[in-house]
Every structure is written in C-alpha cells, then in structure tokens.
Design a protein around this ligand. Structure first.
Ligand SMILES: [Zn+2]
Length: 182
C-alpha cells in the first residue's frame, strides 16, 4: 500500500511523457505524451478489506510481505478490475486468512489523501475458528480487544477501523465511519 511512482512512458505509443498542465482548462499537472499528446489521468486506488469477527474476538493477520513485514493487519488489498468492493473484500479475506465467513455491511471508508487511496472495510462474521492463511500471511489469529497489539498494527487505516469497531461494539450499534487521514 505505497504510493505509485510517476508515469514515465505513454500507454498509447510508448514514448516519453512529461508532467504539465494540459491546455484544455485543466488545473493539475498530468502525464502528457510528448509525441501523441495522450493525457494520462491518475486517480485514487481502492483498498478493500474486512473486519472478521467471532463473538467478541477479531481476526488479525501477521504480514509475510513488505511493507510492514511482521506487523498485524486486517485482511485487505487492492481492488481488482471486474469485481465489486464487496467481492474484493471477500477475496482478500479468503486469500490472506483462508477464513470461512459471511460478509456483512460496509463499516469504514478512509481517505488516505497523501498516497491517493481510499480504503473500505466491511464487517465479516466468521463461521469457523479454523484458518488457512495464504503466503502473504505468517499467522492468522483471533484477538480479544485487550489483546490487540496496538503498537504492532501495520497501517493507520487498520488501527482507526479497529478503534471504531470496538467502540461501536461496546455501545451495541454499528455505524458507517468516514475518516480522512491527512
Ligand atoms: Zn503517446
């Protein structure tokens, strides 16, 4: 979940691009092809994931990949083309935790403006305590709230989502949370 590097070559003709403000009334610098003049617009990417829970416990995955190797995260990853946000969240949960679950409602939307990403987490009710994590995960295990390794959480969006989740659970009502991370 890191920022994309600048575009170097035109997707249309392969020539070098230059970042400049197009002459069409646009206000932002874009990657413009120096040969065919195609404008390459760049927009935020979606990261989709879940808060898998079983009773009072939440499932976290210990990352086996960079960045943040060895830190704990909720299952999440980049949305793919030809899938919905809910399908992507379910796929990531399957791939990273190998969990049996039923997807529930949207829980949090976090704008990570600095890196051009929008993170969306759904609640997911676990149907089993048995997990078969994939190669991106060292270990998948359930945590009670007081066991959460807050200092070892991989991403700010995961920490914010977990804090909202436990606060909502204490009051017995789940909202949809919108959070901007500067
Ligand atoms: Zn071109």
């Amino acid at each position: 979940m890191t920022y994309r590097s600048p575009i170097k070559h035109c997707r249309n003709c392969g020539s070098v691009v230059a970042y400049r403000i197009p002459d069409d009334g646009d206000t932002k610098p874009r990657a413009v092809c120096t040969v065919c003049h195609t404008i390459h617009y760049e927009n935020p990417l979606n990261v989709v994931g879940t808060v898998p829970y079983l009773g009072t416990k939440v499932l976290l995955c210990k990352r086996n990949i960079e960045p943040r190797w060895g830190k704990w995260t909720l299952p999440a990853g980049f949305m793919e083309l030809e899938e919905s946000t809910a399908q992507g969240a379910a796929r990531e949960t399957q791939e990273e935790a190998g969990a049996l679950f039923e997807l529930e409602g949207l829980f949090s939307i976090l704008n990570v403006i600095r890196v051009g990403q929008v993170h969306l987490f759904y609640r997911a009710r676990l149907l089993s305590e048995t997990f078969h994590p994939g190669h991106e995960t060292i270990e998948a295990r359930l945590f009670e709230e007081h066991e959460i390794p807050w200092d070892e959480i991989a991403f700010r969006t995961v920490k914010e989502t977990l804090e909202c989740y436990f606060a909502d659970r204490r009051r017995g009502h789940y909202d949809i949370h919108q959070i901007d991370i500067a």
